[in-house]
Design a protein around this ligand. Structure first.
Ligand SMILES: [Mg+2]
Length: 165
């Protein structure tokens, strides 16, 4: 796999609400592995908002299981997962795939049935591609981001330009 292929998601969606759940189902996907910060809610939020609650309801009603896969410290991400009533893998070490492996084990599923969903190329997408699981990149929830993410975005923009996604 060349470096740009490793950074290219299988699909890009405007938001989590634009993920084509029906076609995922048809492809045999049953489990969504979800990033939180700027995917399901504001970056570094300490609690989920309606956007996240409604999305979790939606995917549950569609028959998907889900698990938060977050690089965040365990305190914050566990609390968010608990509030959303979903399982969680903390300190996921994305872009390394080991958090995804832990999530697959926790969810008692395998890579062929899982989908990684996240807003960042250099963490979520690379981890998803390395696992490998079907990987969907969503556009960031909000332009407000912590400084070290802001620093990565110009490089991400370049990768997206070269990779055309
Ligand atoms: Mg994120």
């Amino acid at each position: 796999m060349n470096i740009f292929a490793a950074m290219k998601p299988d699909a890009v969606c405007k938001s989590v609400y634009d993920i084509p759940l029906d076609s995922l189902k048809e492809a045999g996907k049953t489990c969504l592995l979800l990033d939180f910060d700027n995917t399901l809610g504001p970056d570094h939020a300490t609690a989920p908002d309606k956007y996240a609650y409604d999305f979790i309801d939606k995917i549950r009603n569609e028959g998907f299981s889900c698990c938060l896969v977050s690089n965040a410290k365990s305190g914050r991400s566990s609390k968010i997962a608990q509030m959303l009533d979903i399982p969680c893998v903390t300190y996921a070490h994305k872009p390394r795939p080991d958090g995804i492996y832990r999530a697959l084990k926790l969810m008692e599923t395998d890579a062929s049935k899982a989908v990684m969903v996240g807003d960042q190329v250099f963490t979520d997408v690379i981890a998803g591609r390395l696992a490998p699981v079907y990987t969907i990149m969503v556009e960031k929830y909000s332009s407000k981001e912590i400084w070290y993410v802001v620093l990565k975005r110009p490089f991400e923009k370049l990768v997206r330009l070269i990779g055309r996604f």
